[in-house]
Design a protein around this ligand. Sequence first.
Ligand SMILES: O=P(O)(O)OC[C@H]1O[C@](O)(CO)[C@@H](O)[C@@H]1O
Length: 419
Amino acid sequence: MIGLCTDHLGLDLDRALGEWEGALEAARAGLLARKGVPGSFLGWMDLPEDTETLRAVRRYREGVDFAEDLVHIGIGGSSLGALALEEALGEGRVRVHPVDHVEPTPLKRLLDRLDPRRTLVHVVSKSGTTLETLSAFALFLDWLKKGTPDWRRHVVVTTDPSRGPLRRFAQEEGLASFSIPEEVGGRYSVLSPVGLLPLAFSGADLEALLSGARMANEVARRPLGENLPLKTALLQHLAWLEGRGITVFMAYSARMRHVPAWFVQLHDESLGKRDREGRRVGTTALPALGPQDQHAQVQLFREGPLDKLIVLALPLQDEPLVIPEGPGLPGFLPGRTFLDVLQAEALATEEALAQAGQRVYTLTLDRVDAYHLGWLLQHLMWQTAFLGELWGVNAFDQPGVELGKRLALERLEKDGRFQ
Ligand SMILES: O=P(O)(O)OC[C@H]1O[C@](O)(CO)[C@@H](O)[C@@H]1O
């Protein structure tokens, strides 16, 4: 299960829940009342139930026998979740290479390393118009066409069900394709084929992933006292009211190393915007990794500004890997497990940060596996959606990114080079 530990929070959560009950219930009711209303972008709630798409992804995977490498081209919501899950759950049956950039040298190096006859290119874009994605796709398409006569079998497209240039291209060329449902926005799409397809190739347990997410859906509908996302949304909300403008997501798991980056997009792009009265709202999500950031960011977290809510994500079980005798190791360490060390460090960090005056709580996962990651990611989507209601913003649009996109295109139309 996923648990919440507030031992060092420094405030009485039960009491706070009592005080905020009305606002939290209104947030949930307001959100759920829009379910099914076109344009409300709540389709992510239904993705864990979509077993038909799961079957289609599996069928497709079984039909592709040549793939030793999969290039996943996409950016933002079309990449971060897939990458986070692949890092945590992928078994490496097919090697997955994320391409979420337009930097020439790594693009060239990747092309030089791969064999087009053994490569599947998965291009992902909800809009089908994203500059970085389409540029990289053009490059890989050209490479496939030169390197393999049946290039069409080597491309799979995931995009809007009916609109956009990528959908048109897939139809015109008769390419294999999957849909990101119309009512699912990019950063809420990880449990659609955006994340499922690469994981099917690398060999993760997709059924367990969706089953964990279904548990998150169930918990989100429970009464307040048992409702994890309403509780964590409240903790985020209270920190914001206290003037804590930064919310750190610190995963104590190397396998979960890319989950904080996925959370950053989810939180920042959903919640950093103008509210209905035109006020600027939002907190800044900051990614962190334990224990590595104990040797980097924790100094700042302890002695820098008291402007943070710090959330640790900690696995409770793992392989019983024991520390052997070794040169220079203190006598109490050999015989303890690596998990002992990881947990001792996380709990010590939690306590040290609380003593410094930061707000801190821990999300515990029984294990880092498909079930718990499905639950965690879907939980964080619920938390974000509830916060959107509490802060009076639309958590499902991103008007603030449009100007930069337009200016980049205008520059490219003229020249584009830095002068
Ligand atoms: O899936 P698309 O349409 O290529 O968009 C990629 C990303 O770009 C944004 O639209 C803006 O950054 C994100 O919301 C989205 O995840």
